[in-house]
Design a protein around this ligand. Structure first.
Ligand SMILES: [Zn+2]
Length: 343
């Protein structure tokens, strides 16, 4: 028996067993296994020495190699089981739930200034007997422009540049198309407000946004006059900004009303004397309004000889900015809870 080979064999076993004991993880264990039992492992190398020993001793040597392999595999299995058990225990420990920890409080949001302002406006008009109506944000060009007396070549169409889905369909630039939609249904009289999101292809700055909100108003009945318009909107202003609020109507032009006006309210900060808030004017522009144009009535199948009406449009953000004295419209869209909590 080749003593040198036998010695080498027992050295390999001893070294491997010792290495296995210090293997800290399954990767190291696998490296040791490949290093000794693999195709180019230490045992294979020793087997190559077999040719140098006498033929009658070869079976004995082969048996010793097999015993050495068995011993090494036994050790590998033992260490592997221990490492797997430890890994599982570590996993369980890291994923355990400590039921004694205090619970995470759910973060409760806050009503948005736009929402508060809208609810206030709705409260006022519902109190005067108005219905709240909604319309589609994706609208036909026909409803957004044509039926509001804004034909294809009208300059108002350029001013309201918006996002087109195709030639006939666009993101509505105003809540006014709801006027046409409601009038077409032919259920008279009409007393409605229609709040909603509108779109313009504007760059974002302190007073502009590509998406904002309007509240449309429409009244259609027999014998509705300009006095009804003025009385209703003056009452609205008093409810919204306080009983001392005065109103002023300046002539204006809108394609779908005739006559048309813009309504100013007396500054609720200085009462009309002029201050920084109203830029020294004493008045603040608040909405556009007018008597429904007879042609709009005709396009919607209502007889303008029998019925008259008035319409108005208010910017919701405009009201929120004024009422809560916010100086930058962008704050309304950033959803910073520290800002929103103030209202
Ligand atoms: Zn003022």
């Amino acid at each position: 028996m080749n003593e040198e080979l036998r010695k080498k064999l027992s050295q390999v076993v001893e070294k491997t067993v010792s290495n296995l004991q210090s293997a800290g993880n399954l990767e190291t264990l696998n490296e040791i296994r490949v290093g000794v039992l693999g195709k180019k492992g230490e045992l294979k190398q020793l087997m190559k020495g077999m040719k140098d020993i006498p033929a009658e001793e070869r079976p004995r040597f082969g048996q010793l190699v097999n015993e050495a392999r068995d011993k090494i595999e036994e050790n590998i299995d033992f260490v592997k089981k221990n490492l797997e058990k430890a890994a599982m225990e570590a996993k369980i420990a890291s994923e355990s739930i400590d039921v004694t920890l205090p619970a995470r409080r759910p973060e409760i949001g806050h009503r948005h200034p736009n929402t508060i302002a809208l609810e206030e406006v709705q409260r006022i008009f519902v109190g005067m007997g108005y219905e709240v109506v909604e319309g589609p944000e994706i609208e036909y060009d026909e409803y957004n422009f044509e039926k509001l007396n804004i034909p294809a070549n009208h300059p108002a169409k350029d001013e309201q540049d918006t996002f087109y889905i195709n030639k006939e369909i666009l993101l509505r630039t105003q809540t006014s198309p709801i006027q046409a939609r409601v009038m077409e249904q032919g259920k008279l009289p009409i007393r409605m407000i229609a709040p909603g999101r509108v779109f313009r292809s504007d760059e974002v700055d302190a007073t502009h946004s590509p998406s904002f909100h309007q509240i449309e108003g429409l009244v259609v009945d027999k014998h509705i006059t300009l006095s009804d318009l003025k009385g209703t909107l003056a009452e609205f202003a008093k409810e919204l900004f306080g009983p001392e609020t005065k109103t002023k109507f300046r002539p204006h032009h809108f394609p779908f009303t005739e006559p048309s006006a813009e309504m100013d309210v007396s500054c609720f900060k200085c009462g009309g004397k002029g201050c920084r808030f109203c830029k020294g004017e004493g008045w603040i522009e608040i909405l556009g309004c007018g008597m429904v144009h007879p042609h709009v009535f005709e396009m919607c199948g209502i007889d303008p000889e029998e019925y008259t009406g008035f319409a108005f449009g208010v910017g919701l953000e405009r009201i929120a900015l004024l009422k809560y004295e916010i100086d930058d419209m962008r704050l309304l869209y950033e959803n910073d809870i520290r800002f929103l909590r103030q209202f």
